[in-house]
Structure formats: C-alpha cells, structure tokens
Design a protein around this ligand. Sequence first.
Ligand SMILES: C[S@@+](CC[C@H](N)C(=O)[O-])C[C@H]1O[C@@H](n2cnc3c(N)ncnc32)[C@H](O)[C@@H]1O
Length: 262
Amino acid sequence: MHKFNNDWLFLREKIDKVSRNKRIIEKINKYFQDYKTLSIADLGCGTGSNYRYLYPKLKKRQSWDMIDISFESIKEFKKKTNNKNKIIDINYKKFDLIKNIKSFKFEKYDIITGSAYLDIMPKNWYLGFKKQNLNTKVVYFSINYDGFFKFHPKHKDDQYVLNLFNKDQESDKGIGQKAVGKNCSQIINKLFSKSHKTFVFDSSWDVSKNKKFQNMFLDFCENVLEKNKISLDRWLDFRRENIKKNKSKLFLRNKDFLALKL
Ligand SMILES: C[S@@+](CC[C@H](N)C(=O)[O-])C[C@H]1O[C@@H](n2cnc3c(N)ncnc32)[C@H](O)[C@@H]1O
C-alpha cells in the first residue's frame, strides 16, 4: 500500500489553494443557490486539503464524509473550521474506493469531490465511477496532473525526464493497479459529457518562487530516475544549482474538472 507523504501533502496544500480554478466555485454556488444544506463526499481525502479549501467558499451549511483507504493521512486530518456555523458534521470513513466502488452510496451526496486523486486511479475505475454517479448533481475533481512540467533554465535532458516522469505516473502508485496518469481529465470529461454539463479548467502550479517545493519535486524526479535505474546527475546537479542560485523556475500543468447534472 502506498503511503502518501503527509509533509508533501501539507507543502502542496498552499500551492494547490492558489492554483485551483476559481470559476468552479462560482458555478457550484450558483447551482445550489436554492438549497439550504449540502452533503459532500471527499474521495481520497488525505489530510483534508480539499475540505479546507472548499468549505469556506461554499455558501450553504455542509455535512462532509471524508473517505480514504489510509488512516495514516486521516489521522493527520486538520479541521481548521473557523466558520463552525457552516459545518453540520464531518465523518471519517476508511474505505477502498477501487475495490468496493459498487457498494459506495454515492446517491446520498449533493457533491462528490476529490483533489490530486483522479490521476492515481486505474482506468477501469472510471467506468464504475461513472455508472454510480449518473445522477450526481455535482462532481468536482481538482488538481489533476495533465502530463507536462517545465523547469527554467532549459536543459537538454528535460524532455527525457518529462517522458520518464509521465510513464511513472502511469505505473502502479501503490494501489495494486496501473494508474491512468495524465489522461485523467480527458477520460472523465468524455464519460460525463453526455449526462452532465462539464468543464475542464486550468489549475497549473507556478512554483517559481518556492525553492523548497522545487527541491521536493526534484526529489520525486530523482526517485523516478532511480526506479528506472538511470543515473542523470548532470541534470539533477544543474537543477539543484539553479534553485540554489535563485535562478530556477518550475511550472506544472494541472486541470480541474467539474460536472453539473443537466
Ligand atoms: C495524492 S493523495 C491526495 C490527498 C488529498 N486529496 C490532497 O489533495 O492532499 C491521494 C489520496 O488517495 C487515497 N487513496 C488511494 N487509493 C485509494 C482507494 N483505493 N480508496 C480510497 N482512497 C484511496 C490515498 O490514501 C491518498 O490519501
């Protein structure tokens, strides 16, 4: 079982917060303008960053069910509820959303959501998910990796590392099956576009000013290289040197997906 590194999840949270597409919140609030309360499931909730982003922005009172296969992350869940009036209750459920997708009661919820979750799901999960959510009012997945990152300044090995990274994103991320990786937004959009009005918006990271984040991302790349038994110190040294000298920039493309039931 893959354990997502909680330090990484917390470091990413601030970046995700500024990168998420803001038009989605307007659309969700408009959709539910006549509702009094909302019932929400957060799939693969991890330490709760999706909840912390969304609950202050949704205008209605909310009940949340936080779902994850791993208690390692759920036990680090930090509520940070400044506006307690908005939260009716929060429940935590340890549940395998791949293995047991058919028994999950999606119909109880107004919103099914998740962040940094879609790209790690296997391809066959999508069809099952779609079947279970034909009538779900709102489906919202944020920060879906889209297959592209670039560092500045350029290096001749950049494309090679990007290709390896993308291939790795499509490997088993510790869930027992290959992940779908960079095509996740495209796949889900195609599945939902017949029954819902769908949107795919940009939510890319521009982390040019964040040295800690860039170094952590480089560690990921190094890990991918090691897994492939490839030694590419000239690229890693070049990147680390540029970060140290404040000369490095990093951009990584993500998408946000929204489906509104017609
Ligand atoms: C990259 S983390 C994202 C966590 C959080 N949503 C965020 O944005 O920080 C992916 C999460 O999906 C969970 N996950 C992976 N496979 C799962 C499964 N089969 N059922 C439920 N959760 C799963 C992991 O435990 C992890 O917490």
